[in-house]
Design a protein. Sequence first.
Length: 401
Amino acid sequence: MTINAHHQVLIVGGGTAGVSVAARLLRAGIRDVGLIDSAATHYYQPLWTLVGGGRAPAEASARPQGWVMPKGVSWIRERSEAIAPEERTVSTDGGRTIGYDRLVVCPGIQLDWNKVPGMTEAVAAPHTSSNYRYDLAPKTWELIRSMRSGTAVFTMPTGPIKCGGAPQKIAYLAADYWREQGVLKDIRVVLVLPAPGMFGVPVFSEELERVVARYGIEVRKNSELIEVDPEGRRATVVDHSSDTKDSIRFDMMHLVPPQSAPDWLKETPLAGPADPAGYVEIDKHTMRHVRYPDVFALGDAGSSPNSKTGAAIRKQAPVVARNIAASLRGAVSLPASYDGYSSCPIVTSRQKMLLAEFDYTMQPRRTFPVIDTTHERRDMWYLKRYGLPFLYWNLLLRGRA
C-alpha cells in the first residue's frame, strides 16, 4: 500500500465540527493538520428553518468553503471513502491513501430519503418540501405563503436526527403566519412526532404543549410517517401506541427524512457493531474511540447520546482538541470531558423562541442564569436570527467560542 501523504492530525469532514476542531488544534500549536472535504460551499444549516418560514434569505446561510477553512490547514479537496484504523489510513475518491497519527471523524449525518417509501419522489412533487435541504427550504416558504385552506402535515422520523427541534419549528412558523393572515381557522395542521411527549425535558415539553394548543395543532404522538403517495397526496402514519395506521390527505407537507451515519462509514471498523445506524463508537465523555485510541469523533456522526446540534459541537470541539493535544504529548489519561451539553433554539412564532438547554442528565442547564429561557421570549428570537449566526461565522468556526 502506498501512502500518498501523512498528517499528525487528519480530520474527515469540513462541516461545523471539522473546521472548529482544526482551528482549535492550530491555536494549540499543532501545525500539521489535514482536512478531507470535497464541498465547495459551507452552510450554516440552523438558518434553513427560518428560510423555510420566510424569515431569512437562503443566501445568508452559505459561504465558500475556502472562506471558513482555517489558514494553515492542508485542505484535501476530495471525499473520504474508507478508513483503515489498523493501518492508520484514510482512502479518498481521488485514489489517495493518507496516513495519520491522530484521526478526527466528523463527516456529518446522512439523510436517508429512501427509507420511507415515496419520500424521495415526494420532495420533488409540487406540494411537498423539506428544510433539511438548502435547495428546498425556499420551496417550503412558497408552500406556506400560498396556502389558504386544507391540511398541512409536518413529520419527524424515529431515531437521532440533526437539529431535533426543526420538525416542530417549521410547523409553528407556518401556523403563526397563517394566524397573521387570518386563515389558520381554515387549515388543519397535523404534527407527527415519534415520542410520547413534545420534548424530552418536561419543563420544555410543557411549554410546547401550550404552543400547540394556542395554534390548534393536532399532534400525533408515538407516531411516524411510513409511506407517502405524492401523486394522491396521501401520508400513511402509524400510531405505535395503538398499532394502528391512518391515511391523511394533505395539501402541503413538510418532510424530515430518517438519518444515519454515511454509508461508507458504516462499513468501517469504527462503527459500533450493534448499531445499525453506523455511528462512530466513542466514549461519550472523552470523545475517543472505545477500541482505537488514535481515533476521535464528534458532531453528528459520533455515538455520544446527546442531541445532534451545533451547540453540542461547540462544547465537544474544545474537548476533542485538548484531548488530542494531550495524547500527542503521551498523556495516559485524557484531561477534558464532555458532559452532554446541547441546546435547541425552538422558534415558536415569527417573533419568539424557546431556548432549550440541557445535558446528559436531561435537566435544564441555562447559559444565561438571569434569563428564564424555559418560556417563549422575544429577545431569544433576536439571538436565533442574528446572535447565533454571528457567533457561528466569526467565533465558533475560528476556534474562539
